[in-house]
Design a protein around this ligand. Sequence first.
Ligand SMILES: Nc1ncnc2c1ncn2[C@@H]1O[C@H](COP(=O)(O)OP(=O)(O)OP(=O)(O)O)[C@@H](O)[C@H]1O
Length: 882
Amino acid sequence: MSRNKLKTEKPENKKPKGAAPSPDVLKKDKEPEVKVKELVKDERTHKVMGVFFLLLSVYCFIAFTSYLFTWEDDQDKIFHYSTRELFFGDVKVDNLLGRLGAYVSHNFFFYGVGIAAYLFCYFFFIIGINFIVGRRVFRVWRNVKYILFGLLFISMSMAFIAGGNNFPWGGALGDALNKWTSGFVGKTGTALLLLVVGFSWLIWKFNFSFKWPEKKVKPPKPVPAATPAAPVPQAATAAAPVAAQEDPRKNGLKDNGVMVIPPHLEEEEDEEGLPPMQLVEKEDITVIPSHAPYMPPVAAPVAMPEPEEAFDDELSLEEEEEEEEDPGPLLYIEEKVEPPLPPLKKKNEPGEVAFEIKPTYQDEEDEVEEVVPSRPLEPVDPFDPSLDLRDYKFPTLDLLENHNADKVIVQDTTELEKNKNQIIDTLKNYDISIQKISATVGPTVTLYEIVPAAGVRISRIKNLEDDIALSLSALGIRIIAPIPGKGTIGIEVPNVKKSIVSLKNMLASEKFQSSTMDLPIAIGKKIDNENFIADLAKMPHLLMAGATGQGKSVGINTLLVSLLYKKHPSQLKFVLVDPKKVELSLYKLIEKHFLAKLPGEDDAIITDTKKVIHTLNALCIEMDLRYDLLKEAGTRNIREYNGKFTQRRLNPLKGHRYLPFIVLVVDEFADLIMTAGKEVEMPIARLAQLARAVGIHLIIATQRPSVNIITGTIKANFPARVAFKVSSKIDSRTILDIGGAEQLIGQGDMLVSFNGELVRLQCAFVDTPEVESVAEFIGNQKGYPDAFLLPEYVDDKDPDGKELSIADRDPLFEEAAQVIVTTQQGSTSLLQRRMKLGYNRAGRLMDQLEAANIVGPNMGSKAREVLVRTESELQEILNNLL
Ligand SMILES: Nc1ncnc2c1ncn2[C@@H]1O[C@H](COP(=O)(O)OP(=O)(O)OP(=O)(O)O)[C@@H](O)[C@H]1O
């Protein structure tokens, strides 16, 4: 203290009178308070407290137990002597813990609660343990409740049973309670009351089952597949309705076979979230049928633990116990649980390490670790999104071609020798001697690695790049001086005989098959023939450039097909933008499985610039909606969110749904920027900046990598870039920030820049007929009724928007208006349900109602505001519209 004082006084002495005290001085004055806080928080203080309470517990226990045997003698003395004499005199007592023990026990037993005093030992014990262990091993508040109940109940019961006994079994409290209750309801009444309370507590605690033999309840019949099904937005499918599950305890069927359905299940409140439901009464079982056979077997049939509780790292024994005791209300039930479809065959080969470019994202893996709770929360089956298309078969590898890629690349040794000698000679001409040279034969180029003689400056070799290339008279020479991390110089020389890298081989590789990446993409082979497989989710977006005919379209197909081989339709959706109209048209076949589109659109592949703008904005809305969901779920990224959802810890009735990854592919970006400029650039930049955490990833390709197309904003948000051969060094610099792509040799020869590394790859090749057969294979299988629907985007500036739609109103316009006004709910799904409409038509009706000022604007996941209150008001509006 004195030191602090001295310190604080010093500056005050120096400063002129009347000047404001310096903040330093104020800060120092506060120091002692901080120390007290620290002391209270100190782990050691807690331990000391813990030991104190444990000893107190033991002390009381010994004193109380001793009192059971010595109470008669000790009681006399305590009554006889004053407290002062007892404490300071020389009175002899029999209690093992002396006068204090006798005094304390007497007060607890005689003046207190009788034998129930042992509960205090328990209380001190749990406090002590909590302090010592440093976390909530026992929940204090819950125990306090039990203890209070126990004190009242035990003391009263003991006083009732052993009231005539000299020993204070119920203590003063028990006697008083007993006396009052006996006077009020009589002896028998008191006995009954105690029995009722006692049994109630036992039943509450142990929930005994009192089974009466009864008639067997018929299991609910499955609803026929032909149930009239309104097409349902897949965005909502995860929150889909419910049918009965096998285990009645799990699925919420009570013993009498009646399923508990929360009332709000019947009336759906949100526009986005839930598909319509119909309740079908089947004898005494209420079943919520699935609308269509492909519907997912519903989410979350479990008690929903609060997120904080679920993540409570202070794992408490009591909590576990509580979970066992009380399974909580069951909200949803599953139709049928079938084992999920096996993904592509996976084998684990020790020693094989999956490739990932991710040093900067390492922490994300750690985050994911946290998602998985350290203990099983509930014995429930996790939600499996793939069950909505349970029969879906992943495409098989025989749909793809080998392209003679099986052949081992055997480079002509004479060619290798010739090149080696030429390199040595050329370097000699420039007075560069070398120590060692080695060659690695890749699919398209051979890498000659040179160890220069001591004293040779690497920059000299780099400067002679063009001369060496000329001397070797080969195209596509790239000099890497030095090869990062190796200290050698690399000279890449194109092979005379090139070999194709077939996508089939890459997909069949162990690395791909066993990859657990979110979005694995097989891009190509490195110069040493190692497969380059990366996770698009970690990239997290990809910018591709290359002059025409150099392999861009093949590259996009490679990426898309890789994803199709690894992902189930419920896990991934593509938004395809194809201004050239022909490049991505093959994927039309998988519209109902893997494509996303705007509501009301016929074609899922977007070719029109205006629609591109709408789609990009709709994606931004989807991103914002997803962020809202993530926030509400207390999660930081899509993996955590989906993890929580599949563990049935998020309530679909609150709008939660399984979020598939969305990959936006723009095939000719330059075209879009030319025609729409900022209108396209802005949403793309926004998505690129923010969308990765919510599982939206972008692949943008362009033929013209000029600075006005790939602007600074775009570039800054695409750390992963791919360049096929470009026409100039400037183009190479625009895309990769470095030259080199102009020296590539085309036909899928590519440079990938990511994380500051530049890798030369031969892109995996997949031909159009192969893509077609994969798309056909998927397209021929049962899909969703429609493509995945993106949120509606209404362009305020759109001239042919609302006014026009009033003119050609839907024939059901009036009926829809009446439904909305009578229910006073501006919900699209309500219209779907009541009027048996598809989502698109209901959505259009809602737009028309908005245009007629009957409902307010779209409010995302909430229902729209109903602007008309009464039917007469509505009639007036309708008459005016005629
Ligand atoms: N990875 C590859 N391996 C082998 N050959 C390839 C590869 N990629 C492309 N090619 C060859 O190059 C040709 C042109 O490729 P692609 O159609 O992908 O070019 P592009 O850059 O998309 O052209 P454009 O911009 O005009 O559409 C293909 O038909 C194929 O013969």
